[in-house]
Design a protein around this ligand. Structure first.
Ligand code: NAI
Length: 336
């Protein structure tokens, strides 16, 4: 099948080319991100392959449909960037990669947490300047602390296990569908308000939906323990960044590690080291010594890239053969 891959990076090309032989799809690798301005590039392709910051809103989907697109093959798990209702109206099938390596994201999350708690990112910079002083690097033990895990699906459950079994943390989880197997490990479920308010560290692993948009806003920060830390490797808009800045300034929020950012679409995955960044909120966040920002890299392991390529190519093959698509995403499915 002919596929137009948007936001294609060299590592995407490598992993897809390495694994495409049994499928034989004709993939055109396009650097631009999908948007209203770039949708015309997909003209004549029956399938497009999209990543997290490609924008498939209703007008873009209408243009894709006009150009003959019948399949949107997401090479990611989240699908908040696709207007599923619009896709259904235009008869476009949407498929995703539900799980490629939850371990990749969970392990990275714990890495961010440790960096934040022990100031490893600051120590790295200091020692490069031959500054071996410890002042300002005082951390605390994770052992015995309470971590609020919001969302215990594939990724959150692994984070909860690592923290509970590995570090001996108290884990206060919140999820509308609790994972019974976590209870036997001593993970306690609570209402989201309690998990956020009663924890020393809060880590977010729920999807971005209208109900979770700005889950951590000024009111939530006000309810948190003074000096609590927040880690977000899920989706940027779960966190109100401007409210986070105020909470950091007042000391209410003791530290923040983010791999995702609400306005990341124009920034992340690009080398902008020679540019003047116009996003004052992100720039302000990065000025805090107790804020750690990474550019949506939690998924980025060899294993994850291989799994992403395998599942995406298999989704496209199944669609081309008219077979049932087990990884289809539908409006009805998301209500579920
Ligand atoms: P999942 O679908 O397995 O788990 C999500 C869990 O959140 C489910 O158990 C669901 O019941 C729960 N949930 C839904 N609404 C909630 C709410 N209001 N409060 C608490 N829990 C709620 O998803 P998975 O694979 O664990 O991924 C989690 C998120 O991580 C994804 O939505 C995606 O946005 C993000 N992600 C980030 C990556 C990165 O590189 N930074 C890579 C992959 C995923």
């Amino acid at each position: 099948m002919r596929v137009a891959m948007f936001s294609a990076k060299p590592y995407d090309r490598r992993s897809f080319e390495e694994r495409n032989a049994p499928h034989g799809h004709e993939i055109t690798y396009l650097e631009p991100r999908l948007s209203a301005q770039t949708a015309a590039l997909a003209h004549g392709f029956p399938a497009v392959c999209l990543f997290v910051n490609d924008e498939a809103d209703a007008p873009v989907i209408a243009r894709l449909a006009q150009g003959g697109v019948r399949l949107i093959a997401l090479r990611c798990a989240g699908f908040n960037n696709v207007d599923l209702a619009a896709a259904e109206r235009h008869g476009i099938t949407v498929a995703r990669v539900p799980a490629y390596s939850p371990h990749a994201v969970a392990e990275f999350t714990v890495g961010l947490m440790l960096s934040l708690v022990r100031h490893i990112h600051r120590a790295y910079q200091r020692t490069r300047d031959n500054n071996f002083a410890l002042d300002g690097l005082l951390g605390f033990d994770l052992h015995g602390k309470t971590v609020g895990v919001v969302g215990t699906g594939r990724i959150g459950a692994i984070v909860a296990r690592i923290l509970r079994a590995g570090f001996g943390c108290h884990v206060l989880a919140s999820d509308p569908c609790p994972d019974e197997t976590l209870a036997s490990l001593g993970v306690r479920y609570a209402a989201p308000e309690e998990a956020i308010a009663a924890s020393d560290i809060v880590t977010l692993h729920c999807p971005l939906t209208p109900g979770t948009h700005h889950l951590l806003d000024a009111a939530a920060f006000a309810r948190m323990r003074r000096g609590a830390l927040v880690v977000n490797t899920s989706r940027g808009a779960l966190l109100d960044s401007e409210a986070a800045i105020e909470a950091l300034k007042s000391g209410r929020l003791g530290g923040l590690a983010i791999d995702v950012y609400e306005q990341e679409a124009d920034l992340f995955f690009e080398d902008l080291s020679n540019e003047i960044i116009q996003d004052d909120v992100l720039q302000r966040l990065m000025m805090f010594p107790n804020v750690l920002v990474t550019g949506h890299q939690a998924f980025f392991t060899r294993e994850a890239l291989e799994n992403i390529a395998d599942t995406t190519l298999a989704n496209i093959t199944a669609f081309a053969r008219g077979a049932a698509l087990e990884n289809a995403v539908t409006v009805a499915g998301t209500r579920g």
